[in-house]
Design a protein around this ligand. Structure first.
Ligand SMILES: CC(C)(COP(=O)(O)OP(=O)(O)OC[C@H]1O[C@@H](n2cnc3c(N)ncnc32)[C@H](O)[C@@H]1OP(=O)(O)O)[C@@H](O)C(=O)NCCC(=O)NCCS
Length: 231
């Protein structure tokens, strides 16, 4: 079944849980978070605070704090917990998840951030992955494409007029990354070898219960979401 994608805008508590066939998508502008760094900091767990301390650049630290505080607020609304009380854990590849003992609803989430934007996907009962990327400048993308595209994807990108190649590759790249994140492993050579192109606005079946979609592009950003269903 193709899940229904529902954009969520306003944080209401308690938030309505995603239905069995739904994906909830949230996005935020990290630079619009209130400039109350101390409050954001206290919202985080001790390991998140430790990570925040390690950022060299203040802008990166501020955006990390804003991302984590926002993530905790949204998940807390679903779980009926305060942001601080949301128990976050991670799988063996570092994919964050809600600790099992607090997750009777089987909520799954995944987060992507790029510059000042963040995108969060939430679902129930199946693994999820999301990716948001700025379209790489013309000089930068061919080297990446050469390493991660299948021959058909590479061909698809190169027959396009030059101005369309970078955006077409960004769609393929975000689908691969979303698929890798839904699979829980991130970007690996196995994920690079999975075909997710050419351009197609419908559901792409990657096999093994893994499905991926591109989301409508915004400005110079591409985005994709993927789910992994139990077979
Ligand atoms: C996960 C990965 C795809 C992120 O790519 P990216 O383009 O740099 O970043 P994005 O903004 O799209 O996603 C980052 C978010 O994905 C989530 N994430 C981290 N590891 C993940 C994984 N294995 N699978 C799915 N999601 C993951 C986190 O929420 C992270 O945000 P945070 O760092 O603020 O907590 C990439 O780092 C990767 O492939 N990692 C491989 C796994 C790995 O090496 N883990 C190290 C620990 S063993």
């Amino acid at each position: 079944m193709t899940p229904v994608i529902k954009w969520r805008q306003r944080l209401q508590e308690p938030a309505e849980l995603p239905g069995a066939d739904e994906i909830h998508l949230w996005q935020t502008d990290l630079d619009e978070a209130p400039a109350t760094g101390g409050i954001l900091f206290r919202t985080l767990s001790s390991s998140e605070q430790e990570r925040a301390r390690r950022f060299v650049f203040e802008e990166h630290r501020r955006r990390y704090l804003a991302t984590r505080a926002w993530l905790r607020s949204v998940l807390g609304a679903y779980l009926n917990l305060s942001p601080q009380a949301v128990p976050l854990a991670a799988n063996a590849h570092g994919k964050p998840c809600i600790a099992a003992e607090a997750n009777r609803a089987g909520l799954q989430f995944n987060l992507s951030h790029c510059d000042r934007r963040a995108l969060l996907a939430v679902t129930a009962g199946r693994e999820i992955g999301v990716d948001l990327q700025g379209v790489l400048r013309d000089a930068a993308w061919p080297a990446v494409a050469g390493r991660c595209c299948t021959p058909d994807e590479w061909e698809h990108v190169h027959v396009l007029p030059p101005a369309m190649r970078a955006p077409a590759f960004a769609e393929i790249w975000t689908r691969k990354e979303a698929a890798g994140k839904a699979a829980g492993e991130g970007l690996t050579s196995r994920i690079f070898s999975i075909a997710v192109g050419p351009a197609n606005w419908g559901r792409i079946d990657c096999g093994g219960g893994l499905f991926v979609w591109s989301l409508p592009a915004q400005d110079r950003f591409a985005a994709a979401v993927a789910v992994r269903q139990s077979l």
